[in-house]
Design a protein around this ligand. Structure first.
Ligand SMILES: NC(=O)c1ccc[n+]([C@@H]2O[C@H](COP(=O)([O-])OP(=O)(O)OC[C@H]3O[C@@H](n4cnc5c(N)ncnc54)[C@H](O)[C@@H]3O)[C@@H](O)[C@H]2O)c1
Length: 277
């Protein structure tokens, strides 16, 4: 999809970080942008920023883990704008701690938001996107951790969820080849966002916000303060996403320096094939 001006974008998790970056980059192209987030205040703040680009914006409180909430979001957006041309299933959370020690609540929360959030977005929006005239595009936010399991960072539950997002995106792209709906999966490395404070949004029904375990607390605090060294500016990620949409890229890669990490995973898999006979 090359010409974005005047078209409609919906960004979940649009109140912060990468979602905000995508929203601003979409607005800079002349798109009208819907910011959907579980946090209404930040979504409204980003909607005001988007409006500065002289496009329309709408902030909607929505919980991507709740299919009824996402369906209500889609109804509101299609009622107001009549079409959706860019759907960014971006909202995501992580838990910190060894996968071996993760609780049922940890698994449920991360899978509900990161995996079912994408599924709920697809079920609520895709049928009407397929039925409308013209091209449209879906960007699912995966992660570098959807392409390889990072060593030394205890985000295994998150990694499992992001492998699922990559698989969903790859499959959907094949299924929608005959339609005018492109599909990309965004796979960033470190980005300077509030993901380290994700626990703020864990519902009470799944144990409420949990403390960050001691060994990674210092890293998390540093990242939350704006440290984290090479972490990318989310506005730059947003611009890369828009370029990926225009190019209809199956994978949107933001950190070329992480290539070796992904190559090593596939080399290990290929080596196993070599040994298979
Ligand atoms: N920051 C990174 O280094 C990094 C790297 C790779 C991938 N990602 C992915 O980027 C996406 C955005 O995360 P971010 O880094 O911008 O973090 P962030 O915490 O800054 O933004 C996430 C947004 O999602 C919202 N959200 C959380 N739960 C929600 C729910 N149930 N329903 C609706 N909204 C919800 C939050 O309120 C927040 O506004 C996530 O999918 C994350 O996994 C981040």
């Amino acid at each position: 999809m090359q010409d974005l001006a005047g078209k409609i974008a919906v960004v979940t998790g649009g109140g912060s970080g990468i979602g905000r970056g995508i929203a601003l980059a979409a607005a800079a192209e002349g798109m009208h942008v819907v910011l959907a987030d579980i946090e209404q205040g930040p979504a409204a703040d980003v909607a005001r920023e988007v409006s500065a680009a002289e496009v329309e914006s709408l902030a909607v409180q929505a919980n991507v883990a709740d299919p009824d909430s996402v369906k209500a979001l889609a109804d509101q957006v299609f009622d107001r704008f009549g079409a959706v041309h860019l759907l960014c299933n971006n909202a995501g959370v992580f838990t910190l701690g060894d996968l071996a020690d993760a609780s049922q609540d940890d698994w449920r929360w991360v899978m509900d938001v990161n995996v079912m959030g994408v599924v709920n977005g697809l079920q609520a929006f895709l049928p009407r996107m397929r039925a409308q005239d013209g091209e449209s595009h879906i960007v699912n936010t995966g992660s570098l951790a959807g392409l390889m399991a990072p060593r030394g960072l205890p985000i295994g539950v998150y990694t499992a969820s992001k492998y699922a997002v990559v698989a969903i995106s790859e499959t959907l792209r094949m299924e929608l080849e005959a339609d005018q709906v492109g599909v990309s999966v965004l796979c960033p490395g470190g980005v300077q966002t509030r993901i380290w404070e994700a626990e703020r949004n864990r519902p009470d029904s799944l144990g409420g916000p949990q403390p960050i375990p001691e060994p990674v607390a210092a890293v998390a605090q540093e990242a939350a303060r704006g440290g984290g060294g090479a972490a990318m500016d989310p506005e730059q990620v947003g611009r890369i996403v828009i370029a990926g949409v225009k190019a209809d890229s199956p994978y949107i890669i933001t950190h070329p320096e992480t290539r070796g990490l992904v190559a090593r995973r596939f080399e290990a898999i290929m080596a196993a094939f070599d040994q298979a006979g």
